[in-house]
Design a binder for this molecule. Sequence first.
Ligand code: NOJ
Length: 527
Amino acid sequence: MERKPYLDWIVYQIYPRSFCDANGDGVGDLNGITQKLDYLKELGVNAVWLSPCYKSPNCDNGYDISDYRDIMDEFGTLDDWKRMIGEMHARGIKLIMDFVANHTSSEHKWFKEARSSRDNPYHDYYIWRDSVPNDWQSCFLGSAWEYNRPTGEYYLHSFAIGQPDLNWENPKVREEMRAVVDYWADLGVDGFRCDVLDYIAKDFENGLMNNGPKIHEYIKELFGRDKVKRLFTVGECSMGEDKIADFCGANRDELKCIFQFDHIGLGRTGDKFERAERDIDGLRNTLVKWQYFTERNNLLYTLFTDNHDQAHFISRGGDDGEKRYETATMYAAMFYLLKGTPFLYQGIEFGTPDPHYDALSDFNDVETYNYYDAYQGKLKKEELLARINFGSRDNVRRPLCWDNSKNYGFSSADKTWIALHSRGAEVNLAQDRNNTKSVFEFYKRLLALRSGSDAAKYGVFEDRTQGNGYFAYTRTYQGEQLLVVYNFEQEKEITGLPDCEYVLGNALPRRANGRYGAFETAVFRKR
Ligand code: NOJ
């Protein structure tokens, strides 16, 4: 059986603005990350995905880049970055940088030049039309076309107005972006998380903003080169079963894996701001489908519940009040013992839930404000605020709560860049570690179990569920078998499972077959 590389990686995502502020200006920074590396080591991760830290005017918190080769002033300097990666590598932690290839900031010098006149050599770096050619909507709502007075044209922005789309049809753009990849590769990075990568290829003929006919040519040209083939690459381009292998199938020389988002819609409608009844059995069925599919097709799956764009999974997929410990640990075990590469988002390791605010001014995110503008007047104010509290990306972007000191240990500043987490006094790392039911301690044991078990890393997945309301599966590798059981909301008697030795759980030690309470989980092993 093939042992895939990357199944032994455990990636921790850092949103630098909100992780740790070392210089006391109210904004997280690179030196803050360096200070916390021993903590990450203790947790048991061995790679970091760093959300963008490049120069940016921050219309979308760094996803609008104005210089691909330098660090945002608020986050520090290139020397700070070099020290950070050195300290990471010294601890056996790899670094995956965010790579935003679809668009730049409107403050990038290429765009400033491009928008100045139709004859400017940079004009063709972007996508222009004399009049609005179609009804394409920006992913952040509103028309995707914006007027540019100096040239009398419209430019395309699939995201915010301040994020003009690059024209990948132009070979010079592709060359520039290869040079950016090489620049960071030469500085020693271990991989890239590729922001909305499928958007770099448009399909104007068929009216599609992403995944156009040239997508594979572009990705191969970028990452299929010998110089960078060693890098881990994960694309943010959710694809169905019919297309995923074209992006990350073995020997395609494109990506190592992509984030597949099928399971993320749990508990909300197609509109991410609107709550829906949660369907945990549906979640299980989705995970089972993808486990079998990726195994059959020799693909690497990514295991995640949270990232910087989604409200916390435990807040919509379970009980983030009385049963927060059980919910957080159940999802941790459920996801991170599956086959694939685990990604943990900062704060998940101590069960951070969504906060709540009564005023719009406590929010910051461009997507949130665009949503508010689009629905203002159409929905009652309270309903709109409830939706924003439910779906805003700011749910996961609050300063991380380390302890009970000023600003929950995030910063010594008088004011942080965004309002603190409304539940920070109750849910913070120090507090959690003092609890007998500590989410962090559970995570540590879970990640140690994963790292130390070939079955957890490489084992064949088999669904053992018989019925609804729970999920049981085995992972088997050579003589070792893990059995993992998750019960959902209703107390239940589970039977028909192989009997084996208890190794980890969030309730009392037990036998595999027996009575399980709400959100209880247990892991067993047979050798
Ligand atoms: C996806 C990123 O994850 C998100 O945070 C960002 O706003 C958009 N791409 C635009 O870059």
